[in-house]
Design a protein around this ligand. Structure first.
Ligand code: ZN
Length: 311
């Protein structure tokens, strides 16, 4: 990744580069150049620096491909080129996994696996479903829970989870559940990974060609990077939540690499493919709970969470 310090003068549109950084980049001859505001500034800076013979291209550490857009995520393989930050609570080892600490209350810590530990169907079929009755909950509180040793099991607290409705679509979240292991809700992801206000004030692209009169079905903000999570191959993956999506056969999720070239990590409150017809998002199809997206990417990544009694 190219390291540079540049800022754009709001009035003149002239982009200036810090002389010290230029020194580091070994291209002192450039200190000021004009750029139109609407151009891709990162790309232009890189191009100019390259033309000056000053620095190597940005290469993805995983697949070794060049990314002219200088994205946070490699658009070819989904590697998080910009590192995913550890939350303020830190990271701990428990059982066979590394966990992020999201909260601490009354001698217990809310923890979530650092990685997307596996991909598995949310349910055995694409149908109307809630957290209470889905296969994922049975698995996490059964097979997954029982994979811990006796000493570790004694530290996992059973809690009552509220399962609020989807606040944008009104879809029922179902009854409260008693869980030992669970997935986060939409509200918990917002609370613990960063709240830009989009959950309350829905976002619409200004002058959007393809979504003329439609609110977007996701929260896409500066906290995408906090929400990104990789699998064991270091690829950013989708991870499912326990909250419903746009209807009862969709489940909300945090988005991962799906080959579209975007930096992922948004919260999809719609919970499925973004199919647009005449500028409207359509959710009458399958939510892909039991399987794969048509392009072969599996959205049902698992990132278990639990309340751990602290020693
Ligand atoms: Zn790559």
């Amino acid at each position: 990744m190219i390291a540079f310090a540049a800022y754009q003068n709001e009035d003149s549109g002239i982009l200036e580069v810090c002389p010290k950084k230029l020194d580091y980049l070994k291209c002192e001859q450039i200190n000021k150049f004009e750029l139109k505001k609407e151009e891709n500034i990162t790309y232009r800076i890189k191009k100019i620096i390259l033309e000056s013979g000053g620095i190597n291209e940005m290469i993805c550490p995983r697949c070794k491909k060049d990314d002219p857009q200088n994205r946070e995520m490699c658009p070819d393989c989904g590697y998080p080129v910009k590192p995913i930050p550890v939350p303020p609570g830190g990271k701990i080892r428990f059982g066979d996994y590394d966990w992020f600490v999201l909260d601490r209350q009354n001698g217990k810590a809310l923890i979530i696996t650092e990685k997307v530990i596996e991909k598995r169907p949310y349910h055995n079929m694409d149908c109307e479903i809630t957290w209470e009755t889905c296969d994922m909950r049975k698995y996490l509180n059964g097979e997954f829970y029982n994979s811990f040793n006796e000493a570790d099991l004694a530290r996992i607290a059973e809690v009552v989870n509220e399962n609020p409705n989807n606040s944008w679509y009104g879809t029922s979240g179902g009854k409260p559940t008693s869980d030992k292991v669970f997935l986060l809700s939409i509200a918990e992801v917002v609370k613990y990974f960063g709240d830009s206000g989009q959950i309350k004030t829905r976002y619409m692209y200004p002058n959007c060609e393809w979504c003329k009169d439609e609110f977007l079905p996701w929260i896409d903000d500066q906290y995408n990077i906090n929400r990104r999570a990789v699998d064991d191959d270091d690829i950013v993956q989708h991870w499912k939540l326990r909250s419903p999506g746009a209807n009862s056969w969709h489940i909300a999720e945090v988005t991962g690499f799906c080959g579209d070239g975007f930096d992922q990590g948004s919260i999809s409150l719609g919970g499925g493919e973004d199919v647009l017809i005449d500028g409207h998002f359509i959710y009458d199809g399958s939510g892909h709970l039991s399987g794969f997206l048509p392009n072969g990417f599996n959205p049902n990544g698992v990132r278990p969470a639990l309340w751990l009694r602290e020693e």
